[in-house]
Design a binder for this molecule. Structure first.
Ligand code: ASP
Length: 302
């Protein structure tokens, strides 16, 4: 694996390799001393050009748990404010011997662009509405941990599909494992084109009790121009995982959300009372999965 740019072009073999190694790292995270010397001497640049809590901290922790050095690049305090281009910035940072770049950007394709111009390993930490590969990997890891398998599952993703890189990466991943992927949400936010990629567009209330996994997504208001939903109240009523809907969801169904959650809109707080609500476990597993991605890109290079 040269980079991790998207799930679409990542092989099943590489996905399984990442998930299997993450199992080992998760055990390490349970130990009192959580640190391994594996990436000592390597430097990971965190280039977050768009806000992030979970992903940024998770990558930083993952790198540190493996003893890599991390450096953070923040565009608002950088020379990009003086007009320095992304490419020029990259070339200058690379001159300081960076081994890996974790990049989050508003423009789709930014990680692919960087990968063409650097010798460092590039990891996509979310590029616009395109992909968020490590989120899909940690989602798959969490599903396998709780349900024991990846193949042949029924996955229902509800909400703002149009703007969601999480939905796209998950769709690509689950289709590789012969799963059925259902999308549901306001018609303005669930484009028909996704059916060409293998998703089935469905009514939430028809499928809510028939799936193995329900994944709710945040309404990505920062990517919306104009009005995509009638009102927050109506959104909750038609597409929210409300306490009323919760009663129809079997206990065995996993309930997930990539975060951040708009509580009371995409989900009612009562959802947390379910044993199979695994939102925080997704976050926990994310560190192990990102350790694994860094390991496969950096420790195993020739
Ligand atoms: N944290 C995820 C992302 O960066 C989901 C979200 O922001 O709603 O795509």
């Amino acid at each position: 694996m040269r980079h991790l740019l998207d799930i679409e072009s990542t092989s099943v073999e590489d996905i399984l390799k990442i998930l299997d190694t993450a199992e080992i790292f998760l055990k390490v995270l349970d130990q009192p001393s959580k640190k391994l010397p594996t990436l000592k001497g390597k430097t990971v640049l965190l280039m977050f050009l768009e806000p992030s809590t979970r992903t940024q901290i998770s990558f930083e922790m993952a790198a540190k748990r493996l003893s890599a050095d991390t450096v953070s690049f923040s565009p608002s305090r950088s020379s990009m404010q003086k007009g320095e281009t992304l490419l020029d910035t990259l070339l200058n940072l690379q001159a300081m011997e960076i081994d890996a770049i974790v990049v989050r950007a508003t423009s789709p394709g930014t990680p692919h662009f960087l990968a063409k111009h650097t010798n460092a390993k590039v990891i996509n930490a979310g590029d616009g509405a395109h992909e968020h590969p490590t989120q899909a990997l940690l989602d798959a890891f969490t599903v396998r941990k709780h349900l024991g398998r990846l193949e042949g599952l029924k996955i229902l993703i509800v909400g703002d599909i149009l703007h969601s890189r999480v939905a796209r990466s998950n769709l690509f991943l689950w289709r590789k494992f012969n799963c059925e992927v259902y999308f549901s949400g306001p018609p303005t936010l669930v484009p028909k084109e996704f059916e060409k990629l293998g998703a089935k567009i469905v009514e939430l209330d028809e499928y809510i009790d028939k799936v193995d996994v329900i994944m709710a997504l945040r309404l990505q208001r920062e990517r919306m121009e104009g009005s995509f939903i009638p009102s927050q109240r109506e959104y909750r009523m038609f597409w929210g995982i409300t306490s009323e809907r919760l009663r129809r969801i079997p206990e065995s169904t996993l309930i997930m959300h990539p975060g951040p959650v708009n509580w009371g809109m995409e989900m009612d707080w009562e959802v947390n009372e379910r044993r199979n609500t695994v939102i925080l476990d997704q976050v926990r597993n994310g560190v192990a999965v990102r350790m694994s991605v860094l390991y496969h890109l950096l420790a195993r290079e020739k």
